[in-house]
Design a protein around this ligand. Structure first.
Ligand SMILES: [Zn+2]
Length: 389
């Protein structure tokens, strides 16, 4: 019997231990996960700050690139314009060249004619002329033509040279623009490469942020799980405690308290406490089916009172059937309202702890079956509850 009691007690203790340790583990996990959530949130904040700063840099770079691109576009349009002017000049030069070649050919042809017709000197023309009118006409023709042709050629040549000079100027301007464009393009390329780096960084930070968010969600899920686990453990513990409490009122759990007392009755709890009503100098145990249940000596001792208090008409009064035990440690216990004739011990008799001394009744000043129990220290009633397990 004792072994079984120890075994059951052991199981109860182990269960309590595990409950408490699970509770402790869950509580410490909750604190861990709260810390993790806090850290993760800080990490996300940092990532978002860096991302936002980098995005601002990207925006700034985009503006700069677009400005450079505008300048390059402007240069391109100027260069195109110059190219057009250059090719226009080229075609004019070609035209002039063609004109020159043509005029030169014409002059050569005329000179050949003039030569074939004789010396184109004044005398030659004079001699070749049939008349003075003819001479004037011929001379005029040759010299004027020659002069005019030479002048024309010279003019064409000059015009051509001017166009060539203009073309050279245009080409120089174009070279300058090309150089400027190349330098701007190089800057734009650098900016673009810098922007590409920042874009990559933003992408990386976004990915980091996503990762951290996912981790945060996981931690929050963990937290919910732990909280649910804590709630479950708490509910289980409450249930266990309730059943442990019930066990205390069963024989198995009626172990002596630190003051060395056991409960004077098992399976029932205190329903009216110390001064539960004015002048109530003890505690009452009651509950369904209590009538006739054994009343036990709370501690070993000597019976100092075992009697029934009755009126003159034979009816019970006050404590009714009652017993007082002296425990020889300055304390005494009193058990009242026992069932009529149920007292099992007489005055002067030694009793052991847990020994049945009478049965529960409702004799004396009582309105229903219950056990009235008192503890007296040096003869004065005190609250019995702290003495009981
Ligand atoms: Zn009472």
């Amino acid at each position: 019997m004792k072994k079984i009691v120890l075994k059951i007690l052991g199981i109860v203790l182990v269960a309590i231990f595990f409950l408490q340790s699970n509770m402790a583990i869950a509580a410490s996990s909750l604190s861990d996960v709260n810390k993790q959530i806090e850290e993760k949130e800080e990490e996300i904040d940092e990532i978002q700050e860096e991302k936002s700063a980098t995005m601002n840099e990207v925006e700034e770079l985009t503006l700069q690139i677009s400005e450079y691109q505008n300048q390059i576009d402007e240069l391109d349009s100027k260069i195109d314009n110059l190219n057009n002017q250059i090719s226009e000049a080229e075609s004019k030069i070609n035209e002039a060249q063609a004109e020159y070649d043509k005029q030169e050919e014409l002059l050569e042809a005329r000179l050949v004619v003039a030569y074939e017709e004789g010396e184109t000197s004044y005398l030659d023309v004079l001699l070749a002329s049939e008349s003075i009118t003819d001479f004037i006409s011929n001379y005029y023709l040759v010299t004027e033509l020659a002069t005019s042709d030479a002048e024309l050629l010279e003019s064409i040549q000059k015009q051509k040279e001017e166009i060539e000079q203009a073309k050279t100027n245009l080409e120089n301007s174009k070279k300058e623009l090309d150089t400027s464009k190349a330098s701007k393009q190089s800057v734009a390329t650098q900016l673009q490469s810098s922007k590409n780096e920042k874009d990559a960084k933003v992408a990386q930070l976004s990915s980091d942020e996503k990762q951290a968010q996912a981790e945060l969600e996981q931690f929050e899920a963990d937290k919910r799980e732990i909280q649910a686990e804590l709630a479950r453990i708490a509910a289980e513990e409450a249930k266990k405690q309730q059943s442990n409490g019930n066990n205390n009122y069963n024989s198995v759990a009626n172990n002596p308290s630190s003051s060395g007392y056991i409960r004077p009755i098992v399976g029932y709890s205190i329903t009216t406490g110390w001064y539960g009503y004015a002048g109530h100098t003890g505690v009452d145990f009651s509950g369904s089916g209590i009538a006739g249940k054994p009343v036990l000596a709370a501690k070993a001792g000597t019976v100092v009172t075992s009697t029934a208090l009755k009126n003159s008409d034979g009816t019970y009064r006050s404590y009714g059937e009652y017993i007082v035990i002296n425990h020889h440690d300055g304390t005494m216990t009193l058990y009242a309202h026992g069932a009529p004739g149920s007292r099992l011990v007489r005055e002067g008799q030694s009793v052991s702890q847990g020994q049945q001394i009478m049965s529960v009744g409702t004799t004396g000043n009582s309105t229903g079956y219950h056990l009235h129990f008192e503890v007296r220290v040096n003869g004065k009633p005190v609250n019995p509850a702290p003495y009981l397990p």
